[in-house]
Design a protein around this ligand. Sequence first.
Ligand SMILES: Nc1ncnc2c1ncn2[C@@H]1O[C@H](COP(=O)(O)OP(=O)(O)OP(=O)(O)O)[C@@H](O)[C@H]1O
Ligand SMILES: [Mg+2]
Length: 262
Amino acid sequence: MHDDHPAIEIQALVKRFGDFTAVDQLSLRVSRGQLFGFLGPNGAGKTTTLKMLTGLMQPSAGRARVAGHDVVAEPLQVKSRIGVVPESLGLYERLSPREHLELTGRLHGLDAGTIARRSGRLLEHLGLTERADSLVVDFSTGMKKKTALAAALLPGPEVLFLDEPFEGVDVVSSRVIKDMLRALVDQRGVTVFFSTHIMELVERLCDEVAVIHQGRLIAQGDLADLRRATETGAEASLEEVFLSLVDARPTGVDRLDWLETP
Ligand SMILES: Nc1ncnc2c1ncn2[C@@H]1O[C@H](COP(=O)(O)OP(=O)(O)OP(=O)(O)O)[C@@H](O)[C@H]1O
Ligand SMILES: [Mg+2]
């Protein structure tokens, strides 16, 4: 099915907005069949990187290949092999989940029978069957995320990209999504690349992590690799490792002197 390429290969990728550099010489390689966490504080450049990898934004410099194809030179080959759940979700408010799946399926050239069969299974798996024909406009955040995830999975992507998939999602839906991502990787060989700033989640869920800060890659590996890189010790949680990597020191509230002392 695949030739011998990594799922994602990024070389010296740069994105500038005017004279501000949001992504700075980022190089990263993600092997196939990994659940990969892209971790960084607010404004680190995660969404910007994801947009470049999924063809939603042109890089200022550098190269990236996804599923064996160059994101700038071969955008259609890339798009036909990936699924994307952007932060904005990209849903149409006046369509139902079933209609979203049908639209996605048709855009990917699938026949009606295949679309109906896959849609039924995805809606069932994600607990959306009862609301399958309701308009997305009335959905909660979690239901919208699950609808977007179902649409991303319908064509059978080789690589799945998600931007903050657990943001605004309750523990029940979060569990469903986590289990699904893990199973996609373990049982189907899909590569999952998702951004987050929730360290605990990455720690339990991911095979490998990259940490980005101010547009630069500052660490990559499993948790043991990151602990070694920061010399934070074998017992350190990813939160401690992360704070050490981004050099965040706790600041006192002394200067907020108008706030009342109890
Ligand atoms: N279109 C744009 N024009 C100008 N600056 C931008 C634009 N998009 C992003 N930026 C800037 O690039 C930097 C990285 O933004 P990005 O959205 O990639 O961060 P992020 O890691 O996804 O953060 P968060 O965790 O808050 O989602 C930020 O400083 C942001 O203000
Ligand atoms: Mg973001």
